[in-house]
Write a protein that binds this ligand. Structure first.
Ligand code: HXC
Ligand code: NAP
Length: 285
């Protein structure tokens, strides 16, 4: 799987990725570095982001700054912006990727369990968005927001209700500000990924034996999960000037999963060819 954009596409662009020390954030960040960006990665765990920053520098030769930040704390988010500008100058893009999630029947959740997920996903995203947006507007600089949601942001989903509520809010934020802040030359888009294997998601959403019982690939028309570079290609494009006329869009990258599972007769793929032959013969009678 190769990168799709030409070298230098993000040269001299400074991009902040929340939750950039692990999983998809790390993969998207790595590709943006390869395309010439200066990268700022943030998360709660200093040791994790420092280690990732060193590894990414060694792998790409690019500039990476790690800043500890809990996205639920506004002053820590403001500090990230200050540190990013001090190191690299004007910020070009913010990728709201940090999230928290786990599976549980909703009636088993404490109110604190609900809070913790919504606070990371929704509050974290609007804190980062507000702080970065105010900064761009005050300095009359253009900017790009890219928010990672998921396909149940619009359908909802049982057993991940706090995450569904949080992601639905992020989707509303994305579309609302795409219109409101366009006058400041600030774009807002989102990506809705289907399953992409990461330690963070798999350990919380498919714990224990669940991964054997519920193979996510089986629910997907293309019969496979996503590859990180496929997501990184899309994210880098949406961050770049090549997507300058895309604003307020949410792009699904899920191999057709959510449409398949919403389709009334999609499950008929379980019918084997010989049974279709039989049904065809019966049709004429
Ligand atoms: C029920 C749970 C729980 C669980 C925690 N809680 N885990 N309740 N089931 N599995 C409850 C706790 O009992 C507590 O409530 C409250 O939540 C806070 O828990 P803590 O462990 O103290 O929180 P913390 O250490 O801050 O951890 C936050 C976290 C954790 C969200 C719980 O999972 C985390 O750090 N996640 C970050 C990364 C992540 O989740 N990545 C996956 C994203 S995947 P009480 O009442 O007991 O105090 C994703 C994919 C979507 O979003 C789509 C896939 C296709
Ligand atoms: P991940 O590796 O667990 O990434 C989540 C990141 O968020 C971690 O680096 C975590 O770091 C950070 N984070 C959590 N709480 C935070 C907080 N309060 N402040 C700052 N950072 C915080 O999982 P992932 O699979 O790569 O998920 C990345 C994004 O993709 C998420 O938005 C997720 O919802 C989305 N997504 C993933 C999939 C998938 O299949 N993997 C599918 C759809 C959508 P710390 O713990 O160090 O803070």
């Amino acid at each position: 799987m190769e990168g799709m954009l030409k070298p230098g596409t993000l040269k001299n662009k400074t991009i902040i990725i929340t939750g950039g020390g692990t999983g998809l954030g790390r993969s998207m960040g790595k590709y943006m570095l390869e395309l010439g960006a200066n990268l700022v990665i943030t998360s709660r765990k200093t040791e994790v982001i420092n280690k990732t920053a060193e590894a990414l520098k060694a792998e790409t030769g690019g500039n990476v700054l790690a800043v500890t930040c809990d996205v639920r704390k506004y002053e820590e988010v403001e500090n990230v912006i200050r540190q990013a500008e001090a190191s690299f100058g004007p910020i070009h893009g913010v990728l709201n990727n940090a999230a928290g999630n786990f599976i549980s029947p909703t009636e088993r959740l404490s109110h604190r369990a609900f809070d913790i997920v919504v606070d990371i996903v929704l509050k974290g995203t609007y804190y980062t968005t507000l702080a970065a947006g105010k900064n761009w507007i005050a300095k009359k600089q253009p900017g790009v927001f890219l928010n990672i949601v998921t396909t149940y942001a619009w359908t909802g989903s049982g057993f991940v209700v706090p995450s569904a509520c949080g992601k639905a809010g992020v989707l509303a934020l994305t579309r609302s500000l795409a219109v409101e802040w366009a006058r400041y030359n600030i774009r807002s888009n989102a990506i809705a990924p289907g399953p992409f294997p990461t330690e963070g998601a798999w350990s919380r959403l498919l714990p224990g034996d669940l991964v054997k019982k519920f193979n996510p690939a089986e629910r997907i028309p293309l019969k496979r999960v996503g590859q990180h570079q496929e997501l990184a290609n899309l994210a880098a494009y949406l961050m770049s000037d090549f997507s300058a006329y895309i604003n307020g869009e949410v792009i699904t990258i899920d191999g057709g999963e959510w449409l398949r599972n919403g389709g009334e007769f999609s499950h008929l793929e379980a019918i084997p060819e010989n049974l279709w032959d039989e049904l065809e013969k019966m049709r004429g009678k």
